[in-house]
Design a protein around this ligand. Structure first.
Ligand code: ADP
Length: 210
């Protein structure tokens, strides 16, 4: 975010003289406290200044860059996850391809029982299965999927940066969000995809609040 000339001046005053009260800052700038209030609120919310009751304002010592990094690292999987599209292990490759088109997703998750994650199907997994095979209605997805325990997952309390790092490191387009459901059993409760990361990036760029 672009700071105004006055906001830069306020930061300089607080840097050299803090802790300092809003009255004292206002005096130095020949302004009223009421005029300064929105600037002080912005600078405090953005993390440049800190305010302590009965003490005044002081400089947080954090650069805009540091604040941006902290903000990015505070984005959590639980706030960005989207709905996973799932099929059963016995679903045919043909039906899985139809589901991928109808649901407009690039990855399907395979489950058994009560949403217990057992596999992942990417576009290329299904293409590979379809090449030269004319019996797609007879082949279950369980024979072409990538299966547990080889699936890279993430949890609700992971950061979005961690989930994005997993996708990059393992060169996959998405990671399922899971929670433990028993011995070696994981319930699928969401997904984080490259699109999720692009959305978060656009939100940051368009609506940056620091
Ligand atoms: P595509 O194959 O369409 O390029 P991906 O890069 O996502 O899509 O998938 C590459 C391979 O990795 C596929 O065989 C897929 O089954 C597997 N895969 C996809 N997501 C994961 C994941 N989260 N963990 C482990 N393997 C995965």
């Amino acid at each position: 975010m672009e700071l105004s000339k006055r906001q830069h001046k306020i930061i300089e005053i607080v840097k050299t003289e803090g802790p300092i009260t809003s009255e004292q800052i206002a005096e130095q700038l020949h302004l009223t406290r009421a005029t300064l209030r929105p600037d002080l609120a912005i600078l405090t919310m953005a993390g440049f200044l800190e305010a302590r009751p009965r003490v005044g304002y002081f400089y947080s010592g954090k650069s805009a860059n540091q604040l941006l990094i902290e903000h990015i690292q505070s984005l959590m999987v639980k706030d960005y996850k989207s709905r996973p599209v799932v099929v059963q292990e016995k679903t045919s490759v043909y039906d899985a391809i139809c589901t991928m088109f109808l649901e407009d997703v690039g990855t399907l998750y395979v489950v058994k029982g009560q949403n217990r994650l057992s596999g992942v199907l990417s576009r290329k997994d299904l293409l590979k299965a379809a090449m030269g095979n004319h019996e797609l209605t007879a082949v279950p997805v369980s024979v072409v999927m990538t299966r547990m325990p080889n699936i890279v997952t993430c949890k609700l309390d992971d950061t979005l940066v961690h989930a994005a790092g997993q996708m990059m490191r393992h060169q996959v387009d998405s990671v399922p969000v899971v929670r433990i459901a028993g011995d070696e059993e994981w319930e699928i409760i969401g997904r984080i995809t490259k699109t999720t990361i692009a959305r978060a990036f656009v939100e940051l760029g368009e609506n940056i609040s620091i």
